[in-house]
Ligand binder design. Structure first.
Ligand SMILES: [Zn+2]
Length: 398
């Protein structure tokens, strides 16, 4: 880990969205695990994961943030990859509300839906099964596991990556949640989607992705990790869609500001695509200045808790995996990581090798303190502990 090197500033590497050459490094980390959501059967295997570097740069023109050192060939989004979050009631409520919003407020009914990167298919099933929606759908994801057809044939799944090969698949709604941030060249996917909707001017496209302004504002250092090589501000997301031949209808911030949902339609005439100016740089520089002292503060804090008791993390998704690797890379301070997803329990965090456990194991492990990786789950997790008579203190992440 090192502070950004001034020599790397103003690099000539062009912005993958707008093509501008003025981009500035604001996060640099070496040897980070390339995956955060890959499941490992043993601590040894987890610690042998492929590694890569983070060189997060902000475009001075459009505000897009990207990992200049990203190498897609190191990653493998196969069946061992699991980033489902719907074991949490709070997250399932979030998805139900999003499905309601699309069906009831954005007119996604009597439609053929294509979901790009459908994961295990949970959200597409909600859109198709929504009462009275009369939707049908097809989902694409290389990590999909399950039947090829479901809901009496109204929904189908293809366990492959969505790209131009599937441009002829009929559909008038395209949904894509939490995929574009994993792609080094996001305009390629947007180009494939634009080709797929062709001249269907009634078509609607919905993309959901993290909001990098939220990460920077909260100084959430555990939200910069290898899988997310492309991070968007509201404006850079709009720029990417306009450069790809879409009109931007709206952008909404969701999940307490952590995510953004853009709605776009195919433009009949080419959009006058000038990058929307973004003043992200100041925020990125402030973050860069603060990061190393923030990491040090957390290491001291975790060591303090580990000395007086036993401490764990709650949340074995990308946030928890990144926090564990940054604060306790040798697996000496944090006892374990709790996750509600039964497929993750009994497995190990990529890189650091921390065991992933069920919260019901906490008393047996003697856990006294818990760091909650996403504050949105605090109420839910507090209630789970209380109803099981488990006593432990939640450490404030601020
Ligand atoms: Zn740019």
């Amino acid at each position: 880990m090192s502070r950004p090197d001034p020599i790397a500033m103003e690099s000539a590497a062009p912005c993958p969205v707008c093509g501008a050459s003025r981009c500035e490094t604001f996060v640099r980390r070496t040897g980070v695990p390339v995956h955060q959501n890959l499941l490992f059967e043993s601590m040894e295997a987890a610690r042998c994961i492929a590694r890569g570097d983070l060189d997060m740069r902000a475009c001075l023109d459009c505000g897009f943030v990207f990992n200049h050192s990203f190498d897609a060939s190191r990653l493998s989004y196969g069946a061992g990859y699991d980033n489902t979050q719907d074991c949490s009631g709070i997250f399932d409520d979030y998805l139900n509300e999003l499905a309601r919003y699309l069906v009831m407020e954005r007119g996604v009914h009597h439609n053929r839906i294509i979901e790009v990167g459908c994961g295990k298919g949970g959200f597409l099933r909600k859109l198709v099964a929504y009462p009275g929606s009369n939707n049908t759908g097809i989902g694409y994801d290389p990590s999909y596991l399950g039947p090829e057809s479901d809901l009496d044939g109204r929904v189908q799944f293809v366990a492959q990556t969505y790209d131009k090969r599937w441009a002829d698949e009929p559909g008038d709604i395209i949904v894509c949640r939490h995929v574009i941030e994993h792609l080094a060249r996001p305009l390629e996917l947007l180009g494939a989607v634009r080709e797929a909707v062709g001249n269907k001017h009634h078509a609607k496209v919905f993309f959901e992705t993290p909001c990098v302004e939220w990460i920077l504002a909260g100084r959430v250092f555990w939200d910069f990790f290898y899988e997310h090589c492309s991070l968007f501000t509201e404006r850079s997301l709009a720029t990417a869609f306009e450069l790809s031949g879409f009109h931007v209808a709206s952008t909404r911030h969701l999940f307490d500001g952590q995510y953004q949902l853009i709605e776009a339609t195919p433009a009949e005439t080419p959009v006058h695509a000038v990058p929307r100016k973004d003043n992200l740089l100041e925020q990125a520089r402030e973050y860069a200045t603060a990061e190393s002292s923030l990491l040090q503060k957390w290491k001291t804090k975790i060591r303090h808790y580990a000395e007086k008791g036993k401490i764990c993390l709650w949340g074995a998704g990308a946030k928890g995996a990144t926090f564990a690797n940054l604060i306790d890379p040798d697996c000496k301070l944090l006892d374990c990581v709790v996750d509600l997803n039964p497929r993750k329990q009994g497995r190990f965090i990529p890189g650091s090798g921390h065991p992933i456990v069920d919260y019901r194991d906490l008393p047996r492990r003697g856990i006294t303190d818990i760091v909650l990786m996403n504050p949105n789950y605090r109420q839910e997790n507090t209630a789970l502990l209380k109803s099981n008579g488990i006593q432990a203190n939640f450490v404030d992440v601020k």
